[in-house]
Design a protein around this ligand. Structure first.
Ligand code: BGC
Length: 714
């Protein structure tokens, strides 16, 4: 029998109550849940694993009437026990292989404990670093986030969901959640349809095309309609236009949160709206369980919609092979934290670090006699793991302090944290750190945010170093010792006051279990840093939102136009789209990152000046390693559509390639650009490539590059 025939067969045997049961997801454990499982009144559990998972699965398979297995979900976001860098850090690698491999390893470890389904990847575009959940996604750009998200889906799911080392993925939070007003989590979002389609939906579509098994409907009010009650995004776009055949789960209570949103009067109406728009499974809240049967009896809900929802859920359970192999195999748990996984996590962490300043201090000489290690994050096993870590353990983290002691020898490392923790305002330990610095040949300060400052509901109004960390940096700088800052963070921070005081700055995000050895590899030049910014770094929080693929406006700011001079308020000189009190540019643009060498771009060549619709342009450039170290360059392709029927962004990323070059080595790098890659949604919401002129850049970040022009002909 085919999968669909098996579903037909099962649906024909199921009572309405059993169907509704499939649409219910419960979190955690409780004695009472056992009876619900026996009755077939629960289709999925969240937050259980190991023996508990086996026991619940056994009740479903062996003691419920139809023996339908549970699907067991968990937030396995950036690793299970082997924790990889936060997803924003993974995006900084500009290396989809890192994301694919991280997800494969996470799936392999989680599956061994009974997890069938991860609530990842999060592919919300985030252009506001105040939003704590920027840490969980691929950053500000739809193309990069789509590449990373799709790679994660492939890594979690593999070729065959029934493979015992793979699990189902869930692209979340559908959709627009990252555009929360003011960067406040759960706040309302206003996203015009063109922007929704050209930016926010792009990574979700990529995940659907990569075969993602499930999506999660978000918490946010999207243009006046909550995302979990949104017929337009769920029925029309996801299930209609994209023909998605997996299932949609709500976010935690997001069905009944339509009541405080002011979109449903009570739980019954919330359930009605959720089912109508195609949210197939309700997470945690019980409005489906309590009201669907009555809604059907009253004729408010057609039974076909319930059958469709259950069909989708069963389809994924069949694809996962749960009917044949409902239980995990405990022997597989031996892979947890194995050398292969740790090595991959170390590589990921190494590639995720972005070097933002280096006046020649790095790489450090590993023969130095005394290194001062300071800062609240030098030895913070939990914090380096970052947000959304349920299974990684503090004591399994390899911290920078441990790694430095290993490389240099205990006696050569003087450790003085300087502050109790990241948020501490107590400066009494700073003098000790200053003393350690004075005794040393060089100082490395591990600064930034603790893990609890990013993630869900963890938004910040300020983006500077919390607590007295700036005072610590200032005091260390006073010593005149060579000073390196390593910043661990879940978001872009306003680092200008730190950058000014240090000789080198490495942005390490929250790097995961192997953060310490990875950072130390870079500090001593075992490898050259190769991460690039997946989100713009603002100079000050007042510039937010600031992102590279913005609109030009009628009055674009220019470097050669001075600011408005004092005393001439009506002089139109300098009346451009910028703030008076800060430079118009970011501190560092999207795509930026240094290495221990330099690269030169020469000889941009386009295969044609004119392209007909449907043709492909080949753009070639020669990249040369002009410095002294072997290193990876992330070669980036950007395009601008010069005139459109609606205005187009100043630049859009259309391709990137990581290339490794030896000192003196040159390589020609080729990009292919099809006219379809230039498409966007016009005022009538048709996806079109419009004829006309285009500008193209190939370079090392979003504000650089060799420039070419071409024309698309009708
Ligand atoms: C989050 C989701 C998460 C879910 C289950 C919610 O609060 O928004 O991202 O998957 O909880 O833990």
């Amino acid at each position: 029998m085919s999968c669909e025939e098996r579903i037909d067969d099962l649906l024909a045997q199921m009572s309405l109550a059993e169907k509704v049961g499939q649409m219910r997801q419960i979190s955690g454990t409780d004695e009472g849940y056992k009876e619900l499982i026996r009755q077939g009144a629960a289709g999925s559990f969240l937050n259980i694993l190991g023996e508990q998972a086996r026991e619940y699965q056994r009740l479903a398979v062996e003691e419920s009437r139809l023996g339908i297995p549970l699907i067991l979900g968990r937030d396995v976001i950036h690793g299970f026990r082997t924790v990889f860098p936060i997803p924003l850090g993974q995006a900084a690698t500009f290396d989809p292989e890192i994301a694919r491999e991280g997800a494969r390893i996470a799936a392999r470890e989680a599956a061994a404990f009974g997890i069938n389904w991860t609530l990842a990847p999060m592919v919300d575009i985030a252009r506001d670093p105040r939003w704590g959940r920027i840490a969980e996604g691929g950053g500000e750009d739809p193309y990069l986030a789509a590449c990373m998200g799709a790679a994660m889906v492939e890594g979690f799911q593999g070729e065959d969901l029934a493979d015992p080392e793979r699990i189902a993925a869930c692209a979340k939070h559908y959709v627009g959640y990252g555009a929360a007003e003011g960067g406040r989590d759960y706040d309302a979002t206003w996203i015009p349809e063109g922007l929704l389609r050209d930016v926010y939906l792009v990574p979700f579509h990529a995940c659907v095309q990569a075969g993602v098994a499930t999506l999660m409907s978000a918490f946010n009010d999207l243009n006046g309609v909550p995302a979990s009650g949104n017929a337009f995004t769920l029925r029309q776009i996801l299930k209609g236009e994209w023909v998605f055949d997996g299932f949609v789960v709500s976010d935690w209570n997001s069905i009944i949160e339509m009541i405080p949103h002011g979109f449903a009067a009570d739980e019954k109406e919330a359930a009605l709206k959720g089912v109508m728009v195609g949210v197939d499974m309700e997470m945690v809240s019980t409005s489906y369980a309590e009201h669907i049967e009555a809604l059907i009896e009253e004729g408010a809900l057609p039974i076909e919609l319930i059958d469709e929802a259950v069909r989708r859920i069963l389809r994924i359970k069949f694809r996962l092979g749960l009917f044949e192999n409902p239980y995990y195999e405990q022997e597989r748990q031996a892979v947890v934290l194995c050398d292969e996984h740790l090595e991959a996590a170390r590589k990921a962490a190494r590639e995720s670090c972005v070097l933002l300043k280096n006046d020649g201090l790095l790489p450090l000489n590993n023969e130095l006699d005394r290194l001062a290690v300071v800062g609240p994050l030098a030895d913070a096993g939990r914090d380096q793991l970052g947000c959304w870590v349920f299974d990684g353990r503090d004591e399994e983290s390899r911290t920078p302090l441990q790694a430095l002691r290993e490389v240099l020898g205990e006696e050569k490392v003087v450790y003085a944290p300087g502050l109790e923790n990241c948020r501490s305002a107590d400066e009494s330990m700073i003098p000790q750190a200053v003393g350690a610095a004075r005794e040393a040949e060089a100082v490395v300060a591990f600064l930034g945010e603790d893990a609890g400052l990013s993630g869900e509901a963890h938004c910040r109004a300020f983006l500077d170093l919390p607590g007295a960390q700036q005072q610590l940096v200032d005091a260390l700088a006073e010593t005149g010792r060579p000073l390196v800052a390593v910043i661990m963070t879940g978001r872009p921070l306003t680092l200008e006051p730190v950058i000014e005081k240090v000789g080198a700055l490495l942005l390490a995000w929250h790097p995961g279990t192997m953060g310490g050895p990875a950072i130390v590899d870079l500090l001593f030049g075992v490898e050259s840093p190769s991460g690039r910014l997946p989100a713009t770094l603002p100079r000050t929080v007042g510039q937010v939102p600031i992102y590279y693929n913005r609109k030009n406006t009628g009055r674009p700011p220019r470097d050669d136009v001075p600011s408005i001079p004092t005393g001439t308020p009506l002089d139109p000189q300098g009346f451009t789209a910028k703030h008076l009190d800060v430079d118009h540019g970011p501190l560092f643009p999207f795509g930026y990152g240094l290495s221990y060498t330099t690269f030169e771009y020469t000889d941009l060549q386009l295969s044609a000046q004119q392209l007909k619709m449907g043709e492909t342009l080949t753009a070639a450039v020669t990249v040369t390693n002009t410095g002294g170290a072997k290193a990876v360059e992330v070669v980036q392709l950007y395009v601008r559509d010069l005139v459109g029927s609606v205005t187009r962004p100043v630049r859009e990323l259309k391709g990137f390639q990581r290339i490794a070059l030896e000192p003196g080595e040159s390589r020609q790098v080729l990009f292919e650009l099809h006219t379809d890659d230039l498409a966007f949604h016009n005022i009538d919401m048709e996806r079109v490539t419009e004829p006309g002129g285009f500008r193209l850049w190939i370079g090392s970040h979003s504000q650089s590059g060799l420039q070419g022009e071409f024309e698309v002909m009708d």
